[in-house]
Design a protein around this ligand. Structure first.
Ligand code: JAH
Length: 376
């Protein structure tokens, strides 16, 4: 039986990839789940000095990797299809100028049958190699970045990417561990964790974790996740871009005919009269771009609870970002004294479910509830 995933890595430092013989990945290779091949780029040079770099056209610092050894190395890899078929690897090139490497991309790569990694060095690889790979070899090329910093080459990034991808290949790790990544999926960082002993070097485990009160523990953990995320990754709490050009303002009576149209397009069926009545009891927030009404959300306070409607969006923009933005606007409109937001959407789509979770709502007795903490 062929391995679930074939991985080819091309580098001028093949020894740098020796950790792939170890631990989990080494075991998965022994178990026949992964088929890993590391190639030395210099084996595809033809001069005495095995030259892989040259000076940049147009000037500038450093050296550029020559196209010829790369083309021959990639041709060699692509020719390894076994049995010889039209099957092609997907080429992944780590570089600080790439698209962010995320868990979503790791999942996508884990579903491929064959990945090839090109480890650049120096200032990078001659741009024509990417064109050649796409156009002449017919491979899909993804330049990916692990973060906004510069390494000396792609090798360490490949180790990280291969580890993130390999653990998602069925059979590589047990099920208990694979659930761990699910929790990072709702867009919050993990809560702090503790084990025995209960008292260690004068430090005790938070009392609530010893209480046996599962609801209290769940609430504490959720608050810890929000606090951590606010402190370490505020970008996750307030996702940047719905586009700077989206304006959010409260609705006035002149907005109602247009709002009625959008609500009907979004599958809601209020009347103009009911909308007019709602103007006096709560706040309706409207999102517009270039004057065009894109969506709306309504909030209404009731004691310590702020009732929030499911965001209504024009059909062509019914994506996560705008819905999330409107939910954030709703949350920020909660004045002091409000302790929870309650959203009524009994049968949300999967996409909406993810949006609500990302916005901090949890399903609670038929409603979506977001408890406010002092961190928001
Ligand atoms: C540096 C080729 N995002 C992490 C990362 C990945 C690769 C490189 N740097 C940073 C890199 C020089 C040459 C790749």
């Amino acid at each position: 039986m062929p391995a679930a995933l074939r991985i080819d890595v091309v580098s001028i430092f093949p020894d740098y990839l020796s950790p792939l013989d170890l631990s989990l990945i080494g075991k998965a290779r022994q178990d026949g789940l992964l088929d890993v091949h590391v190639h030395d780029l210099r084996d595809f040079t033809h001069d005495r000095h095995r030259t892989v770099d040259d000076t940049p056209y147009g000037g500038g610092a450093g050296m550029v990797m020559k196209p010829q050894p790369w083309a021959e190395a990639l041709e060699h890899v692509a020719a390894q299809a076994d049995p010889p078929t039209t099957k092609r690897p997907r080429l992944v090139v780590p570089g600080p100028g790439g698209a962010p490497f995320t868990q979503a991309l790791a999942r996508e790569l884990a579903a491929e049958p064959w990945l090839a990694f090109a480890c650049g060095r120096y200032e990078g690889i001659d741009e024509r190699v990417y064109e050649f790979a796409r156009e002449d070899l017919g491979v899909d090329v993804s330049v990916v970045s692990l973060g906004d910093y510069v390494l000396n080459g792609g090798e360490v990034a490949v180790l990280a990417i291969v580890e993130a991808v390999a653990r998602l290949v069925p059979g590589v790790i047990g099920n208990a561990e694979s659930l761990v990544e699910e929790s990072h999926e709702d867009g919050l960082l993990e809560y702090p964790i503790y084990t025995k002993p209960r008292e260690w070097r004068g430090r005790s485990v938070p009392e609530v974790l010893l209480s046996g009160n599962h609801a209290a523990i769940a609430q504490w953990r959720h608050e810890q996740r929000l606090a951590r995320t606010a402190a370490r990754r505020p970008d996750l709490l307030h996702p940047s871009s719905v586009g700077q050009d989206v304006d959010v303002a409260t609705a006035v009576s002149g907005d109602l005919p247009e709002l009625l149209t959008v609500l009907h397009a979004a599958g809601r069926g209020p009347t103009l009269e009911s909308l007019r009545a709602e103007l006096d009891t709560g706040t309706t927030w409207l999102a517009r771009r270039g004057g065009r009404l894109l969506g709306a959300v309504r909030v209404e306070a009731d004691g310590e609870t702020l009732h929030v409607t499911a965001p209504a969006l024009v059909p062509d923009l019914a994506g996560d970002e705008l819905a999330r933005h409107l939910l954030d606007v709703a949350a920020q409109s909660a004045v002091s004294g409000i302790r929870q937001l309650v959203l009524d959407d009994p049968r949300p789509t999967d996409a909406r479910t993810r949006t609500y979770r990302r916005a901090g709502y949890r399903p609670t007795s038929g409603y979506w509830v977001k408890r406010l903490s002092r961190y928001e």
